[in-house]
Design a protein around this ligand. Structure first.
Ligand SMILES: [Zn+2]
Length: 222
């Protein structure tokens, strides 16, 4: 049975005139959070008429969901080019130049979409690659390790430094809820921390003007 996603569907594909004075776009077309979401992802690819897609995962997420999704896609008659991002010297998969090039090497002229199967790092790589190549980006999270699966920002490690680059919002976000619950606990903890950090950042930002005034006042010459 699917998880109650509230009224997420009401927001999809819409643009919103926000109280902040800006118009915000929600380009995501479908969100599925349920046990059978991998099949829903394959169905979504077929519905869109994509016969040639790329799938990006790492060794762990390939085992957790990528292999199964690839089988479902192949059974549906879709050609799948798989990229398994290798870990760095410390054993971590990171969103750096090496991973970006690795993901791009498997793209073909006919590749219609790239499916990110994994956590935030894999999504950041795919989000950036899709934004620069014009391919559609489909999100298949395997852990609740970050709160930015639908973000447009792609934090990347370039020449050893973390930089934020503009990316692309996913067209579909299809999460296998049971698999996400079974993800390593440290990944879930990281996602919870991400949400807490966002709340405190927003609070700091909204109080910044008065904070700045108090600093200015205390620093004013007597
Ligand atoms: Zn706004």
């Amino acid at each position: 049975m699917g998880m109650d996603t509230g009224n997420i569907a009401d927001w999809l594909g819409k643009s919103i005139d926000c109280a902040c004075g800006q118009r915000h776009e929600v380009p995501i077309r479908r969100v599925v959070i349920e046990h059978g979401a991998l099949r829903a992802a394959a169905d979504y690819v077929r519905e869109r008429g994509w016969s040639d897609v790329a799938l990006v995962a790492d060794k762990r997420t390939l085992e957790a969901a990528g292999q199964r999704l690839e089988t479902l896609l192949t059974e549906a008659g879709c050609s799948v080019a798989r990229t398994v991002l290798p870990p760095d010297e410390l054993g971590d998969v990171i969103a750096d130049e090496r991973s970006i090039v690795q993901a791009m090497l498997n793209l073909r002229d006919g590749t219609a979409a790239v499916l990110a199967v994994g956590s935030g790092t894999i999504h950041d790589v795919v989000r950036f690659v899709c934004s620069r190549t014009g391919k559609a980006f489909v999100s298949v999270p395997t852990a609740a390790s970050v709160d930015g699966f639908s973000s447009v920002g792609a934090p990347l490690i370039i020449q050893g430094f973390k930089q934020s680059h503009s990316g692309l919002c996913a067209r579909g976000d299809l999460c296998r809820s049971r698999r996400a619950r079974q993800a390593p606990r440290e990944l879930t903890a990281a996602g919870f921390g991400d949400m807490l950090g966002k709340a405190t950042s927003l609070a700091t930002g909204s109080s910044a003007p008065s904070y700045k005034r108090s600093i200015t006042a205390s620093c004013a010459p007597i």
